[in-house]
Structure formats: C-alpha cells, structure tokens
Design a protein around this ligand. Structure first.
Ligand code: 2NL
Length: 338
C-alpha cells in the first residue's frame, strides 16, 4: 500500500497538460468519489496501528499535492485560454495610453483669435495656393517688387504661388462683402528662406482688418493696446515705430514692453525694454479701390503678426525650429486645458 501511495505521488508530481478537460479528468481519477486517493483513504482503517501515523501523513501529503496540482493547472490554463470569450478577464484595468498635447502654435493661435473675437472680429480663412492678384497686385505691390521674385516666393507657375501672407484672404473678404468689415485671418504662409533659428520657409500668421466709415489711427492704436494687454498682461505697454509696407500708409512696427524686465532692459530685449510683435498701418486707399471699396467713403486699419514670434516671446523659446521638429520633450511642455 505504501508503494501505491509513493507511485501515485510520483504520478501527481509528473502530471502536466495544456487541456482544461484533461485537468478535470485527472481530478476525478485522483480525488473523485471513486478516485485513487479516495480509495486509499477508505483502506486506511486496515493499516496496522503502529504504521497509522506515518501512513496518514503520506496519504495527506498525496491528497494535498493532487489538489494543489489541479488548482495550479486550472489557474494557469484559465489565463492562456482564449478559445472561449468567457475566460477573458474583463475586470483587468485597461492598458495605459499616453495623452497627446496641443501644439504650442495651436494654443497661441486660439488665444489670439479669442482676444479679437471678444471685440467683434470674425475669423476668415482662404486658400494656401493663391494667384498673383490676391497675393500681390491687389495689395499694391509694384510689378518689380522683390517679394515677387522667385528668390522670395514659391511659384507654381507665372501666375500662381504659395501665399506669402494671409492678406490674400482679406482681399477676398473685401471683394465679397461691404463694410463694416472686422476680420482676423489665421493661416500658414510660405516664404523661400534658408532655415535658421529665426527664419523658416513655412510659418503661421494672423492678420487683422477693420474697415468702416471714419476708422482712424487712434482706433488702430487702442485695438493693439487691448490685444497686447490681453495677450501679455494688463501692465503691458506698446510703442509704435514708423515703417513701410506696400499695402498700408502710414505703416508702423509695434513693440510691447519686455515681459522679462518690465521695460527696464535685459538680455532678451537687448537692453531696449521693448520687443517687436507685429506690423500694422492704415489700409492704403489703392488697396481698398483694388478690392472694390470706395476709399472716399471708407477707411481702415490692418495688422499682421507671426504666431511663432508671439509664442516665442510668451514662452521664451529661442529657436524657431523647435516648432517644426515634433520632439515630444518640447511638445509635452505645452499640455493645456484647451
Ligand atoms: C508683418 C506685417 C502687416 C498688414 C499686414 C494688411 C492686409 C490688407 C490690407 C492692408 Cl488686406 N494690410 N495687412 C498690414 C500691415 C502689416 O503685416 O510683419 N506681418 C508678419
């Protein structure tokens, strides 16, 4: 009988299978009502008294080894078996999926558009591939202007080019509507430039246009002050310097007081206390006329800014190329609620 116990123990220890049905058969064969272990338990009373202790221990060992083996195999096979849907563990937590972040240019673009939306500007968009009229001629570029050169503009053929500014969208708005016009035009623009820390052949602009009876330079200044204070904080000051654009007269460059030193002078503002953020001016009467608006009745102002430049100033980013490289170490710093 002892030999029987020993041989059953060996069988239990050696048993393995990848079939759940075989495990159940094994359980019945060993531990079932008519199973081998159960039968031995029945014979226990026939064992001589002096052997009962040792025999009992062996028998218990066999019984628990068989039970453990059955449990272990059932547990293992319930994880690996995919043949029946009911064996999938539906309570298991989902795999972790990393969340993306909005691109900093998208965050700042929305901020700019929201600021102008609050004072009644609509948002207008248009084609990235433009004809010569909407990109240059309507905007008062003379025929020999250097921007019309292959060196500065990506031409598709003689008449068609990638737009170099989103003013072309505003030309379309003027052609297709009557004043009052208040609109901001965000979008990608293209210039044939060598890529560096400060320049890229693709960048993003928001241009603004306001046309009505009696629009003055004072309206322009106050609108830009409102924008600067919403964008950079209520203590921000602005400064306008005379400039030149073919499509505005007079024209100006707009500076904001430096965020870093509050206008006192530091490395970021090169000790001037101010940083340039955009260009602006009163819409040239020729441009109004080219777009079908009577310049004797209406006047207007316009401005244009690079979203990259505003974002760099706001977040102190020193190289434009970061925006185009999609390096997650850079992008993950801009996780925002929007
Ligand atoms: C800059 C300067 C500017 C405008 C854009 C504009 C549009 C129309 C008519 C007249 Cl339809 N002007 N836009 C005016 C002045 C400056 O942009 O440095 N942009 C990045």
């Amino acid at each position: 009988m002892l030999e029987k116990v020993e041989s059953l123990l060996k069988e239990v220890e050696g048993f393995t299978t990848s079939d759940l049905k075989a495990v159940e058969e094994f359980r019945i064969k060993m531990l079932g009502k008519k199973g081998a272990v159960t039968a031995l338990m029945g014979e226990f009373r026939n064992v001589p008294n002096e052997q009962k202790k040792m025999f009992g221990q062996k028998l218990n060992l066999l019984k628990s080894a068989a039970q453990e083996k059955v449990n272990l195999l059932k547990e293992e096979l319930s994880h690996t078996s995919t043949s029946a849907g009911e064996k999938l563990d539906l309570t298991r937590p989902a795999e972790f999926t990393p969340l993306g972040a909005r691109h900093p240019l998208s965050v700042v673009r929305k901020e700019i558009l929201d600021i102008f939306s609050r004072i009644g500007f609509s948002i207008s968009e248009g084609p990235e591939i433009e004809d010569d009229f909407h990109n240059f001629t309507a905007l008062n570029f003379p025929p020999e202007h250097p921007a019309r050169d292959m060196q500065d503009t990506f031409f598709i053929d003689e008449e068609i080019a990638l737009r170099t500014h989103t003013s072309s969208v505003q030309v379309r708005v003027m052609e297709n509507s009557t004043p009052p016009i208040r609109t901001v035009s965000p979008g990608r623009v293209f210039r044939n430039e060598a890529i560096s820390a400060r320049a890229h052949c693709i960048f993003h602009q928001v241009e603004g246009l306001y046309i009505d009876k009696g629009v003055s330079f004072a309206d322009l200044k106050q609108t830009l002050l409102y924008f600067a204070q919403e964008m950079f904080g209520e203590k921000t000051e602005i400064r306008l310097r005379p400039s030149y654009f073919p499509f505005t007269e007079p024209s100006a460059e707009v500076d904001v007081s430096c965020q870093i030193c509050n206008g006192k002078g530091c490395n970021v503002c090169k000790h001037t206390g101010f940083l340039e953020i955009m260009g602006c001016g009163m819409v040239d009467p020729n441009v109004l006329e080219n777009c079908g608006i009577d310049s004797n009745v209406y006047s207007g102002f316009a401005f244009g800014m690079g979203i990259e430049r505003i974002t760099m100033l706001k977040y102190q980013i020193n190289d434009l190329r970061h925006f185009f490289e999609n390096d997650l170490r850079f992008l993950n710093q801009f996780k925002s609620a929007y």
